[in-house]
Design a protein around this ligand. Structure first.
Ligand code: GTP
Length: 352
């Protein structure tokens, strides 16, 4: 699992929380992925990390709580998506999955393994179809699945295909021989295209219709929650209200669907929802209205404040009567003054 990226597009959320630890329905995204690996029968997971690694290692430890063996390798400087693999070469002894740490998907890894074995290529790449491939890496393959070319971020009207690299690979150990040591290397921009050009054993495309989203930016992060609420990405939630604190929030405040963490205090005449998540220990005062928003742990929303389609990181404080507009992202410990207006798509970090 590649977990060393800085997550610049998710700032200020990632100034303190590395992207893999960003919560989906109050559970670090990485924990959800690790649980999925465990269910697929995987027991050993290597985590090349580097950006805020302590947040990851202190939460998961050796992985025994999840029934996994986790090993962390901390990079002194970022080695890129292929360099990170080269750096852990000594720990890899057979075919291995590579997962981008920001992909949220329902992909069946066992089925992908079967496909890989049946094809016998040097690697298999998971692809999905999207309406607009222009922000992604498009991947062209023949009828048998053999990959022919990679086109990084093609202009929408010139894209050769709508199938894109979905960030999960199953690779033979031999792939590591194609990665130069000691410098940053990108697997998608350097290693895979070079393998194709060499005409060596083929790389295969494994295209599925699974749920898939790249949690790289705030909009996608919001959408992922909406998809879970709507059951498009099945996480087994109770439809109207779920979460460990669902019994404690006053029914008068709830506009379904909502997900409620532990120990929240919500005024009966506040409005929480729809499509809203409260982390643990949040306080929502009288008259506050919170719709389409994600609040992390310990957020305080004072009386009559309004949040619409906002993301608020841990311990932020929203003053009385403040208004947080569509798409705004509020960082950890940020203080929004009473009556302030935080404009659409603004990013607010705490002053340190
Ligand atoms: P942005 O800065 O917002 O682009 O995010 P990012 O740094 O996470 O980059 P990107 O989304 O391209 O990364 C894809 C995946 O690879 C993520 O899971 C990253 O954590 C991981 N990753 C990217 N660069 C490195 C690296 O140098 N080392 C390691 N170990 N992982 C990396």
């Amino acid at each position: 699992m590649l977990v060393g990226g800085e997550g610049t597009r998710l700032r200020p959320l990632t100034l303190e929380t590395p992207k893999p630890m960003v919560p989906i329905m109050n559970m670090p995204f990485l924990e959800r992925t690790l649980r999925r690996l465990k269910e697929a029968g995987i027991e050993d997971v290597l985590l090349p990390a580097g950006y805020l690694p302590d947040a990851i290692t202190s939460y998961f430890g050796d992985g025994s709580r999840l029934g996994l063996r986790l090993q962390y390798v901390i990079e002194e400087s970022p080695l890129g998506t292929a360099g990170a693999l080269k750096n852990i070469e000594r720990l890899i002894d057979g075919p291995f999955f590579v997962l981008n740490g920001d992909v949220f998907t329902s992909l069946d890894l066992r089925a992908m393994l079967e496909f890989h074995r049946s094809k016998g290529g040097i690697g298999t790449l998971h692809l999905i179809r999207v309406d607009d491939p222009s922000p992604f890496g498009a991947v062209v393959h023949d009828e048998d699945g053999r990959i022919q070319t990679f086109v990084e971020k093609p202009p929408r009207d010139q894209a050769p295909t709508n199938e894109i690299n979905a960030g999960t690979y199953l690779l033979e150990r031999e792939v590591l021989d194609w990665i130069p040591a000691g410098r940053a290397v990108s697997i998608e921009r350097e290693t895979f295209p070079e393998l194709i050009r060499s005409g060596e054993r083929p790389l295969y495309a494994y295209t599925t219709d699974d749920y898939w989203i790249d949690l790289g930016n705030p909009e996608a992060y919001m959408s992922a929650h909406r998809h879970v609420f709507d059951g498009v990405m099945p996480l087994g939630l109770t439809p109207e209200i779920d979460g460990p604190g669902r019994e404690t929030i006053p029914a008068s405040a709830v506009r379904p669907p909502v997900f409620v963490g532990r120990n929240c205090r919500v005024a009966p005449d506040a409005v929480v929802g729809p499509y809203t998540v409260l982390g643990d220990d949040c306080t929502i005062a009288t008259g506050a209205v919170i719709a389409d928003s994600l609040l992390w742990d310990g957020v305080v929303v004072e009386r009559d404040a309004q949040l619409s389609w906002a993301i608020v990181a841990s311990r932020a404080h929203i003053g009385a009567g403040a208004r947080i507009d569509h798409g705004a992202v509020i960082g950890h410990d940020a203080q929004i003054a009473p009556g302030a207006i935080v404009e659409e798509n603004a990013r607010v970090a705490a002053e340190r």
